[in-house]
Write a protein that binds this ligand. Structure first.
Ligand SMILES: [Fe+2]
Ligand SMILES: [Fe+2]
Length: 345
């Protein structure tokens, strides 16, 4: 992981006023309580009112999470704090009401004063490199020449390949960090490989390639800058439709270039992309209609749901209860997740 020189936003949120924040160079402590200096991205800003008059309420993020912060005399700052603005707060003091700061302590950073990546959680270059090798190892094993031709069309484009390597798989939920998309795809490839080993009737090439392209549309559904956000195209179409259109267009391009890309293969690939969420309420226009599409859907679920639970465990490591209870949009129910991994004393 990239070194973090700042106090994670989610840690600031959880600090009681008299608790010292330690372990980072930019944190400064005062006798009266904890305070920190940090750089954050504004996720939202609004003017709220109290008996004392209007005040500023911010939601700030960094690559570890988010925190709220209040500035009692800061209403006039709100106009310049649009979503995505990067700010440095010289002194963010934590009291019973949560983090707060003075007007003079906030500075909006110019574009040359930060790297957008510093605010988004990321796998390390070594981790991404290892997943990239694994990913291409799986693709190398595909014998179908049409799929190899399509592979060249997609990842032969250096800009697409670089984006694919470092893209996120989500805004929230699972694998929501740089490199998450590739990690997720490799996780699915391992699952489908194991299942294919037991069923010779499955078209292994198809299902391995399906894993590689199933979330291709996320490259255009999400934008990774100082925060991860959904693009207009993502809102209007979603990654299943974007991905299906993309694959069809490249198959058509191959035919224009003289490669007889089979219509049936295109149909199977497009179907796998469109059905990989499994059912309409989970975003698929059609449920899986082939064994390969069903396996891809289940492997996608296996990897994404397992990782979602693992991230809850990781994100709640300091939770003394050892449990979290939260609403899960995938099942539209509130569920308990046990986050404690060790045996209680
Ligand atoms: Fe998906
Ligand atoms: Fe997926």
């Amino acid at each position: 992981m990239i070194e973090n020189p700042f106090v994670p936003a989610n840690q600031i949120k959880s600090q009681a006023p008299s608790v010292a924040v330690v372990g980072t160079t930019t944190v400064q402590l005062q006798k009266s309580g904890t305070y920190a200096r940090g750089r954050f991205v504004v996720r939202s800003s609004e003017i709220a009112s109290s008996k004392m008059g209007p005040y500023l309420k911010l939601t700030l993020t960094d690559r570890f999470g988010e925190t709220n912060a209040t500035c009692w005399k800061g209403a006039s700052l709100q106009a310049q704090l649009v979503t995505g603005t990067v700010v440095e707060i010289a002194r963010l003091q934590v009291d019973d009401w949560g983090p707060k700061f003075e007007v003079a302590d906030l500075r909006v950073l110019g574009p040359n004063e930060f790297r957008p990546e510093e605010f988004v959680k990321s796998l390390s270059a070594e981790q991404v490199h290892a997943y990239w090798e694994e990913f291409h190892g799986f693709l190398d094993s595909i014998r179908n020449p049409h799929l190899q031709a399509l592979r060249k069309k997609i990842w032969g484009d250096a800009a697409v390949a670089e984006k694919y390597k470092w893209h996120t798989s989500a805004v929230g939920q699972h694998h929501n960090y740089r490199g998450g998309n590739l990690q997720h795809v490799c996780g699915i490839m391992r699952v489908v490989e194991a299942v294919c080993a037991g069923y010779a009737e499955l078209d292994r090439d198809l299902v391995i390639f399906g894993a590689a392209i199933h979330d291709l549309g996320k490259l255009r559904e999400y934008e990774v800058a100082t925060t991860i956000s959904v693009t207009d195209e993502g809102r209007l179409k979603g990654h299943l439709v974007i991905g299906a259109e993309w694959v069809s267009r490249l198959a058509a391009d191959l035919r224009v270039e003289g490669h007889a890309f089979p219509a049936r293969l295109e149909e199977d690939l497009v179907h796998m992309v469109l059905s990989h969420h499994g059912k309409g309420e989970w975003g698929s226009p059609k449920p899986p209609a082939t064994p390969e599409a069903m396996l891809l859907h289940l492997a996608d679920m296996a990897d994404s749901q397992t990782k979602k639970f693992l991230q809850e465990v990781e994100n709640n490591a300091g939770n003394a209860e050892g449990w979290v209870r939260k609403f899960d949009p995938d099942i539209r129910e509130t569920r308990w997740i046990r986050t404690r991994r060790d045996e209680p004393a």
